[in-house]
Ligand binder design. Structure first.
Ligand code: MTE
Length: 313
């Protein structure tokens, strides 16, 4: 694995102490600070996490009612902390997320292992309200705070051979008890085709509901790809690798007939064990119809023009 020392970093890579101080300041900020920044309504702020400063993106805000903060943060899939929905909220608190570094490697001009602060430094944060549809037929509506993955990709300059991006979650069984059992082939790996990764809807999230991501939701850095089943939205990322070949993703390896690489939300293609036509919005009783590409077809369907979506599921 490539480790780049501070001395190899350019001016743009290195975080100056003033910025560290500022980051600490806004991480420790209050709901008042958040409100002053023109952020969220009072009812949504102040869940006890560290407040973030961000710019709302009303143009990228689903109009659906938000899922309750308590559901978003206690009904989770994060197999590193257990296979049931409650374990991540109970056990993820012990995960150390600071310090954190991310390795960027493969087909890229500026590989290296970078402190999270250096990764985040140039990127302004924005809030986008996205629907997340899990392959297990439930969905949520979450106000994410993050920045476009495309901006990070441009900064690290992938080579012309880069056709895919592979993401890897932290492997730390001491703090992630689920990894002590071979439920999945750890560490968790996900991937996107380059044009999917560069799509303006694809978000790297660092927060939700105006605050730093709770650990159970994938702190300190996770992917959110709103037109794909939730398992593509990999949590607690430590590596971003650019590849010429399609990455071998964890769920595809575990059950290739059930989980494809693309995993676009598609009510017309059933999971081998259940229909994908409907979903239960957490907090609602009556089931809803699942929409093609989770309702984002207008923005993303062109990426798959001419592809047989039954074959490339
Ligand atoms: N990332 C890792 N590392 N491990 C996981 O088990 N579960 C995925 C995805 N990312 C998962 C993961 C699945 S199946 C879903 S539905 C979403 O995370 C859930 O995200 P949430 O808990 O923030 O709602």
């Amino acid at each position: 694995m490539l480790i780049r020392r501070k001395s190899d970093l350019t001016e743009a890579d290195v975080t100056d102490p003033a910025w560290y101080a500022r980051r600490r300041e806004f991480l420790q900020g209050t709901a008042a600070l958040l409100l002053a920044a023109g952020g969220l309504r009072p009812a949504q702020a102040g869940h006890g996490g560290r407040a973030l400063q961000y710019r709302p993106r009303p143009d990228l805000a689903a109009k659906d009612a938000l899922t309750d903060f308590s559901d978003v943060t206690t009904y989770n899939n994060f197999y590193e902390f257990g296979t049931d929905k409650a374990s991540p909220a109970e056990l993820a608190g012990r995960l150390t997320t600071d310090p954190w570094s991310v390795t960027i490697d493969g087909e890229v001009a500026r590989p290296g292992t970078y402190a999270l602060e250096d990764i985040l430094k140039p990127h302004g944060l924005e809030e986008r309200i996205y629907r997340l549809r899990c392959v297990e037929r439930w969905s949520m509506v979450i106000p994410w705070i993050g920045f476009p993955l495309a901006d990070l990709i441009r900064r690290f300059e992938p080579t012309s051979r880069a056709k895919y991006v592979e993401f890897t979650t932290l492997y730390r069984p001491e703090e992630m008890p689920g990894q002590r059992r071979a439920v999945l082939d750890w560490p968790y790996v996900e991937g996107l085709r380059m044009d999917e990764a560069m799509h303006p809807l694809t978000l790297l999230a660092v927060g939700l509901y105006g605050e730093v991501l709770p650990n159970q939701n994938g702190a300190p850095l996770r992917l959110v790809v709103p037109w794909k089943y939730g398992f593509k939205s990999i949590k607690s990322i430590v590596r971003i690798r650019f590849t010429e070949q399609m990455p071998q993703t964890t769920w595809h390896k575990a059950a290739p007939h059930e989980y494809g690489f693309y995993a676009n939300v598609n009510p017309a293609v059933d999971h081998p064990r259940w229909s994908q036509k409907r979903e239960r919005r957490i907090g609602e009783f009556r089931k809803r119809k699942t929409l093609p590409f989770n309702g984002y077809a207008e923005q993303v369907a062109h990426l798959y023009a001419g592809m047989d979506l039954r074959r490339f599921f």
